[in-house]
Structures are given as C-alpha cells and as structure tokens.
Design a protein around this ligand. Sequence first.
Ligand code: HEC
Ligand code: HEC
Length: 494
Amino acid sequence: MPFEAQRPCQTFMIATAAVSILTIGGCFSDEAMSQQREPAPSKAEKRSSKVDHRESMADTKKKGFDGVDFSYDLFGAPSGQDTAKIAEQAKAKDMAEKPGVMAKQKQLLAERYKLQCRALPAVTMTNGKSQPIGPVTQLKNGLTWDKLGGLDAEEIKSKNLFPAGFQRLPHVKHEVGGMVFPSMQIKQFPRLERFDVEFDLPECFLPEFPPPIFLTTHPELGDVSQGEVLDAENFDRLFRGLVTPVQLDGLRLLVTQFPQEEFNATLDRKSAKPSLGVSCLDCHVNFHSTGQIHLNPDTRPQSDRFRLDTTSLRGLFNQQIHGSKRSLRSVEDFSEFEQRTAYFNGDPIRAMKKGINMIDRLQVAHMAQMQNMIDFPPAPKLDPMTGRLNRKQASEQEMQGEDLFFGKAGCGRCHQPPAYTDQMMHDLKLERFGAEADGPIKTFVLRGIKDSPPYLHDGRLLTLEDTVEFFNLIGGTQLTEAEKHSLTAFLRAL
Ligand code: HEC
Ligand code: HEC
C-alpha cells in the first residue's frame, strides 16, 4: 500500500532529476504519506532545515568528508578542517626545512666523494659531453686504493674501512622520497620543480641532456632526436613518418603526463601549482635517463627503500627481466606497473586518491612496442658477430681491458655479450664488508655504459673508475693500477 502511494511521486522524480530535492520535499509534505513514515516536522524544524540548505559553499566544504570521499582526507586530517590551510601550512614547513635538507645532503656527499668535475679530452659520451673521470670516492684513514684492495672483507668490516661512497646513497629527502628532477631539466620544464627538495649531484656526473635516440628500425639515420627533448608538443613532428601508427600512439602515451604522488592536481603534492603529472619520458628522457631519482616501491619500511637512479630504456628488447628488484618479465608488465606502483610508491590507495590513470592492455602494448624499438648507441669497436672487441680496431689498452674483463677481473661471468648482462639477479653481499645488505639485484647491461653515469641502482658510483674500484674490491681481484685503467678503457668502448 505505501509502495503504491509513492509510485506517481517517484516517477515524477526520475523525470525531473534536476529538481529532485524539491520533489522529495513536495512528496513528503503530503499528509497521507508522512503518516506512513514519521511525524510531520514542526514549523521550527522546517525553518532550520531551510537554513541548512542555504549554507554557503565555503561552510559546506569545511564540513569535511571523512568516511565518504577519501580523496579529501588530506594528510589524514580529521574532518572539519580547512584542507587548503593545512596544505599551505605543510608547504610552508617544507620550504622552511628545504635549506636544512639540502645542507645535510651536501655534507653527506662531501663525506663520500671529492665532488670535482674532471674530464679528459676525447673521452666523451655519444653526443660529445665529457665523461666524468674518477675515482671520486673518498677513502678512510688515509688508505690508498691499492692498500684497501689488499685487505680481506673481515678486516674491512671490523675496522670499518669500507668507503662510505660504496654504501647505499640515500635520497635527498629519504623520509619523503619521490621523484626529483635535475636542474638542467627543470630549467626547460619548470613544471618538474618541487618546493621541498632539489637534485643533489653536480651535472658533470649525469648523462647528456638531451640524450641521442637510436631506432632499431633506422640504424642508418643515427641520432633521430634532432637535439630536442621528446615531449607532448614535439613528438608528432619528430617521429611521424619514422615509426608506425601503433608506435606513434605508444609514444604519445609515453609523453603524456599522468598523476603521481608528488605531481598531481590535489592539494597533497610537492609542486607549487597543481600538476597534470609526470610522463614516462620525463624520467626516461629520450628513452634514456638524465639522472632523475625516486625511491623503489618494493621495500619497506621507508628507511630501507632504495634510492633509484632512472635506468636507460635503450636495448630493452634484449632484456628478459626488468627492474632492480621486481624482476618483471616483460616490457608490457613494467609499463603497466610503473604507473600503478612506482608512481604511487606501491600504494594503490594513495594512487586512487590522487587520480591514477589506468592504462588498458592495448595501450600498454603500444607503449611497449615503441620502447622496444630503441637501440643502444653505436659501439664501432665491437665485432657484430661476437659482441666482443674487433681486435683490428681496438687499442692495446682496450684489448688488455677485455682480457681482464673476461679473465682475471671476472666481470664476464655476469656481464655477457651482446648486451653485457646474464639476464639474472645477483646478490653482491656487501654486508661482508660491513655495508647494508642490498640482496639480489638485476645485472644491469653494460652496452653503452659510458652514457649512463652515475652507476649502480642508486647511482652511488659516480664514474666508471669508481665502478672498477668497487668491483675490484668486492671481487677481491687485486688489479694493478695499469690493469684498472685498461678495464675502464674497455668499458668505455662498449
Ligand atoms: C622517477 C622517474 C620515472 C618515471 C616517471 C618512469 N620511470 Fe621507468 N624507471 C625508473 C627507474 C628508477 C627505473 C628502475 C626501476 C628499478 O630499478 O626497479 C625504471 C625502470 C623502467 C623499466 C625497466 C627497465 C629495466 O629493464 O630494468 C621500464 C620498462 C620502464 N621504467 C618504463 C617506464 C614507463 C612505461 C613509464 C611511464 C608509465 C616510466 N617508466 C616512468 C624511473 C622512472
Ligand atoms: C656476480 C655477478 C657480477 C660480476 C662478477 C660483476 N658484476 Fe657488474 N653488476 C652486477 C650486478 C648485480 C649489478 C647491479 C648492482 C646494483 O645496482 O646494485 C652490476 C652493475 C655493474 C655496473 C653498473 C651498471 C649500471 O647501469 O649502473 C657496472 C659498470 C659494472 N657492474 C661493471 C662490472 C665490472 C667492471 C665487473 C668486473 C670487475 C663486474 N661488473 C663484475 C653483477 C656482477
């Protein structure tokens, strides 16, 4: 019976959805209806409900949304607070703390490295930027590299002699983490600036900006970047006609900004203005890297997460596992999950709050296909049939370096041609020397390695010389000074 009575009214509500609130009022004031439900409101109650409806928009917003719309639960703030004001206060605090954060990191770096930019004529990256020359890692207690290399792990550990620069490099603001972009990039793309931190390493220890791009489909063209940074504005002009429609669509997605923890449209962000987000190629600039950092999404607690230095996407087609820890098995999976996990620190709840963009599998395939077309830079001294040095073209020193690489230094056990990886993860067990244990990490490729400082997953090794000292020490290979130079010369030829 009551159901029957409501019917005409409900039909009316559907037809006039826009004025449904008024309609509800109209229906419930009907004498017969209200008897079925609850007593009619008194005149005073009617007045007060009218007052509620006339509340100002600002008052309504202030009421808060807890338990209903979690996208407004800013910093876990209790309901009834002014979210804009809380965000302002958080920003002011971040900005006030920034000089201290940067000074602390500067001191940490000074304790680890002699941060001088050294270069050698003709020792350049692919497009001509000087490669940084080391070693720049500071040694403890007046040790020399030679003396340190002669000590065993037990002694190094007990006397605390493992160089600080060989240990984990923390994020500039580790307790917060997130994506941080180097200043040369921010100059061109001010939208990538954060108000709470800046990038910490000098530009001489970073890759070329912009890096060259090599397509597997057009080896004859060489660098197809035309000296530009691929972005949403120029990708079509630069790549239309060079790649297929599917690849071009993949590229479009790779240069499209997607919301991310620090760069998004909510008040809970680290950019001064609301942001559409970060594109894949904001970090993997021109499919390479220019040193952008982040924290890995795979580890907890926060203090144990790794700083990650953006990896190059060159030669991805030749790699079976992806990510330093995640060991994902396809470029498709990585492309999909980079956004779902890395963009939001492995936290799907925060991702939803800040507007995660779910990419469907077809688009993922397009993105992967584009990434798989990116080649390593040319290595004219390598023999195409073996991936090893062409002995007619290489120098004496490079050839000695190659012999060491596959012989005494033992590098070739894990770094096998043609990409110079074994597609495995290895645990280097740095805890033997008193450092923190990193566990198994992907054997990163060494093809084109001269273009990718700084080295290791967190960029703790700033030059190839430092890398050679590092592996010489942990491998206990006791290379001589001259042998180390040769090994470095070989790495530069890869
Ligand atoms: C912080 C900037 C940053 C952004 C933005 C970013 N990446 Fe990455 N990317 C990284 C870092 C750092 C790694 C290394 C991850 C690791 O070691 O676990 C990586 C690794 C990868 C890898 C695996 C490389 C390998 O073989 O190990 C792929 C593929 C990749 N990213 C694709 C993407 C795609 C697709 C996007 C956009 C959805 C994207 N990335 C956005 C920083 C970034
Ligand atoms: C037991 C396997 C193994 C051996 C032997 C080995 N490496 Fe590695 N190499 C790795 C792993 C694993 C990583 C990644 C470690 C990390 O990021 O923490 C790596 C990383 C590197 C990197 C940095 C790559 C990058 O993209 O940052 C360089 C350079 C390198 N190795 C050179 C050498 C040299 C030179 C030798 C010989 C003296 C050597 N490796 C011996 C496994 C090995």
